[in-house]
Design a protein around this ligand. Structure first.
Ligand SMILES: Cc1ncc(COP(=O)(O)O)c(C=O)c1O
Length: 380
């Protein structure tokens, strides 16, 4: 049997046809597929504006540049995270504060942010960058209340949460609708809900932010609508464009989003059903008001223990099953200069692994994963 990775893409013949068709056309970048994909994203997420770009990292860059993030601005983000938002904020010269998180979900809450403000005596926060670890869209609405209180921007690093929803009042909102944030960013990397190979999306409901992002995606250039030879450069920016055949792949993948997300939820339900009785592990506790994309299926060891956790990872690897950290706290990296630790992030780090979950994971593969975990913990 081949190795079972923690995530992978699902690309079918329709996706391949969609890409090939565009490759035969005159315009393979800056063409109509880009706008078409963006319109479909707006419809799906129910946001006013979206901008495609070439990675989740460039989506974060565009988001931070669009709010005018500058040297010494204060930014708060969770200590459990992929390193992209930290790296980008660092490039802008921001003062970054890593907040503690929930020890089970690895997610930062508004209370964690307030504690972080207190601990570091912070006032005038420019932006809070939230992250829905594994796709679980916790606290979107509560962060919006905090935004009002602190007068800051909320950028949702929603790279795990394309397809996630949360209930507010008696309605469900998609993450990315920006109903309770200023900007959301997504990644279209192969392990994510849908893919364009590499790629990203930024969404917002603000025309001002969107206009800036659209110009910034293309080196800050704005073109004269009536004279194709005339243009001006109004910002200092990079080329972050997603090309037309990638957008064609995105359009084709988006048609399958409901199927992808329900399959991930089906896998998650089965893991929970089969593993919740294992006395050594805790399965995710999904509240009714949240619907997760299940980008990751995260389990916690009941007694946090890095030696045990690494033994489990190595045991699964010997059985050709890749389970992952997701994530090492950012303050542990060599180039993080302020030395501190966050207590719950340590517990999370010592106890949490993610199990394989993706569209196309076969039933027999999932059974094997479940059986190997039970065998490791000597449970029948
Ligand atoms: C939470 C989070 N943010 C940002 C990114 C960066 O996305 P990309 O790899 O598309 O640049 C990732 C990628 O895995 C991620 O998981």
């Amino acid at each position: 049997m081949n190795k079972i990775n923690y995530g992978r893409q699902y690309v079918d013949s329709k996706d391949i046809q969609a890409v090939s068709k565009i490759l035969k056309q005159d315009k393979i970048t800056t063409g109509i597929q880009v706008e078409k994909f963006e319109k479909l994203i707006n419809q799906y997420l129910k946001c006013r504006y979206s901008t495609t770009c070439n990675s989740g990292t460039s989506a974060l860059f565009l988001a931070m540049q669009s709010i005018g993030l500058k040297k010494n601005d204060i930014v708060i983000m969770p200590s459990i995270n992929f390193v992209a938002s930290y790296n980008v904020a660092k490039l802008f010269g921001a003062r970054i504060f890593l907040s503690d998180v929930n020890q089970h979900t690895g997610q930062m809450s508004p209370e964690n942010v307030l504690n972080c403000c207190k601990k570091f005596k912070l006032s005038k926060v420019k932006a809070i960058i939230t992250m829905y670890n594994g796709g679980y869209p916790e606290n979107a609405e509560n962060f919006y209340k905090l935004k009002k209180k602190l007068g800051c921007y909320i950028i949702e690093d929603a790279c795990h949460a394309f397809g996630s929803q949360y209930k507010s009042g008696n309605r469900y909102y998609k993450i990315g609708s920006c109903s309770h944030s200023d900007i959301s960013t997504f990644s279209l990397h192969p392990v994510k809900s849908i893919t364009t190979g590499e790629g990203g999306i930024v969404t917002t409901n603000s025309k001002k932010i969107n206009d800036k992002i659209k110009a910034l995606r293309s080196l800050g250039i704005v073109k004269d609508k009536n004279k194709h030879w005339k243009y001006d450069v109004i910002y200092n920016g990079f080329n972050f464009r997603l090309n037309d055949f990638q957008c064609a792949l995105g359009i084709s993948q988006l048609k399958k989003i409901n199927k992808f997300i329900s399959y991930r939820n089906k896998i998650a339900k089965k893991y929970t059903k089969k593993l919740k009785s294992v006395p050594y592990i805790l399965c995710p506790n999904v509240q009714n008001k949240y619907f997760s994309s299940f980008h990751l299926y995260l389990i916690n060891l009941k007694k946090p223990n890095m030696i045990k956790k690494e033994k489990l990872i190595k045991y699964m690897l010997r059985n050709k099953i890749i389970i992952q950290y997701h994530y090492i706290p950012i303050y542990k990296f060599k180039y993080f200069s302020d030395k501190y630790i966050c207590d719950n992030a340590e517990i999370y780090y010592n106890s949490t692994v993610s199990l394989p979950i993706y569209y196309g994971l076969k039933d027999k593969e999932q059974n094997l994963i479940i059986n190997k975990i039970k065998k490791f913990f000597k449970v029948k």
